[in-house]
Design a protein around this ligand. Structure first.
Ligand code: GLN
Length: 450
């Protein structure tokens, strides 16, 4: 049924980079066989999932939205891919994304722009915009994403679905094509909080293949999603994430969500996190710095595209030609920014300073969580903007992640749940919890989702 739905609507929605009916049906048959053989499978066995094209898959190509990886078939499955298969989920295809997950709209995809099912002339968010569009358009009940600065929560917010960034290290990065390794966090998209919890539980847990994977037990997220109870819970409204730059409709829906929590017995207080406003500039030094190092591996030798290798050119020349043609403008901008920020003489002024800001943000979170159990804010300052509106203005594009980035810089758990409409477009409520407090955001999210 989902393959049929994809065939019917994906021509308009453009959520998928790759769909392969035969491979998907073969996976589904394997699940049937495992069941027939008496294997006891988990609650999501047989449920289809759309998979972001940043996760390696042995039976489907993996491009990370880039020309430099066009046609690449990974020789191994990402841990998350392997766990989806293990749990009996059926992968419908690979979803579109901003190239190497750099962007907030999928307009940086080297292939095409995905569309928001609520209004096809608007962006579905990004970088995981194919995954949000697929779920919002009923092409898939579940999908995967990665959140480095907001790439799960912001697309979930603007398409009216649930998107969760787990605690950093709570979901494996092994086989996730790297953007900024200290920030990259895989997580689930779903139409309900409980569905998101089921998917997160299916792929979480320690992975010895990822050196930053946390050793602690997975927080009981499914149980939390089933206990939508906020009575007595202390909820902090982040004072800094309001005012100028926020759509009036976004602020109104946010205020109503807070009132709803209060009516359910939560104790609401205003909390100041003075350094959160510096998160965005710090992120745009740290993320490009890490990306400039990670993307050095695309050297025309190991993977995908190779340009100008005609026997007359040196390896360096082939590498330069390949990178010039294979990377899009945003990726090049970030590699240059990051290389500059890391260079000798500038390191202390830029990268070093940004890392210090990161520590201050961590202290803001710690101080806040001495007073409250969770923090809330709008997920993103505006609803889905029209395709093209910010395409030539990187700074305007970067503002989409103003509220989501603090939790990436510190590794905290954070979710976006739908909290109503503004001018017919979805608005998201962000709920942030301490590191390894994933269950808390599910509990609060389940209480307010509507
Ligand atoms: N939009 C942000 C960026 O462009 C975040 C992307 C992400 O989370 N992958 O870097």
């Amino acid at each position: 049924a989902h393959l049929d739905r994809i065939a019917a609507v994906d021509g308009q929605v453009n959520a998928f980079l790759h769909v392969d009916r035969e491979t998907t049906l073969a996976q589904a048959r394997t699940v049937d066989e495992r069941r027939a053989a008496g294997e006891r499978l988990g609650p999501l066995a047989g449920v289809p999932v759309a998979h972001k094209d940043v996760f390696t898959t042995t039976d489907m190509p993996t491009t990370a939205g880039s020309k430099i990886l066009e046609g690449w078939r990974p020789p191994y499955d990402a841990t998350i891919t392997a766990r989806l298969r293990e749990a009996g989920l059926v992968i419908l295809g690979k979803t579109n994304m901003d190239e190497f997950a750099m962007g907030s709209s999928t307009e940086n995809s080297a292939y095409f722009t995905s569309r928001n099912p609520w209004d096809l002339e608007r962006i579905p968010g990004g970088s995981s915009g194919g995954s949000s569009a697929a779920v919002a358009a009923y092409e898939a009940p579940l999908s995967t994403g990665t959140d480095t600065g907001g790439s799960i929560r912001q697309p979930a917010s603007v398409t009216g679905i649930v998107g969760m960034k787990p605690t950093y290290g709570g979901s494996s990065r092994y086989g996730v094509i790297a953007f900024a390794s200290s920030l990259d966090t895989p997580g689930p998209f779903a139409r309900t909080v409980l569905d998101a919890a089921l998917l997160q539980e299916a792929f979480s847990g320690h992975d010895r293949m990822d050196s930053t994977s946390v050793a602690e037990a997975v927080p009981p997220v499914v149980e939390a999603a089933r206990h939508a109870d906020v009575d007595g819970l202390r909820i902090g409204v982040v004072k800094e994430f309001a005012g100028d730059g926020y759509d009036p409709g976004v602020s109104a829906r946010f205020d109503e969500a807070v009132e709803l929590l209060e009516s359910l017995g939560a104790k609401v207080v205003e909390v100041s996190c003075p350094h959160f406003t510096y998160a965005l500039p710090a992120y745009y030094l740290i993320a490009p710095s890490e990306c400039s190092s990670n993307l050095a591996r695309f050297d025309a030798m190991r993977y995908g595209l190779r340009v100008g290798d005609d026997g007359t050119r040196s390896a360096e020349e082939v590498m330069a030609l390949t990178r010039a043609e294979g990377f899009g403008p945003e990726v090049k901008r970030r590699i240059m920014l990051g290389t500059y920020a890391l260079s000798s003489g500038y390191y202390d002024a830029y990268y070093g300073k940004a890392q210090q800001v990161r520590t201050l943000i961590k202290r803001d979170f710690e101080a806040a969580f001495e007073q409250v159990d969770v923090l809330v804010s709008p997920t993103t300052p505006t609803t889905a903007f029209p395709i093209g509106e910010r395409a030539d203005d990187p700074i305007a594009m970067y503002l989409a992640d103003l509220c989501t980035i603090p939790a990436n810089l510190t590794g905290n758990a954070a979710i976006s749940v739908p909290c109503g409409l503004s001018d017919g477009l979805p608005v998201g409520l962000q709920i942030m919890a301490p590191v390894l407090g994933d269950d808390r955001v599910y509990r609060v999210g389940a209480a307010v989702e509507r």
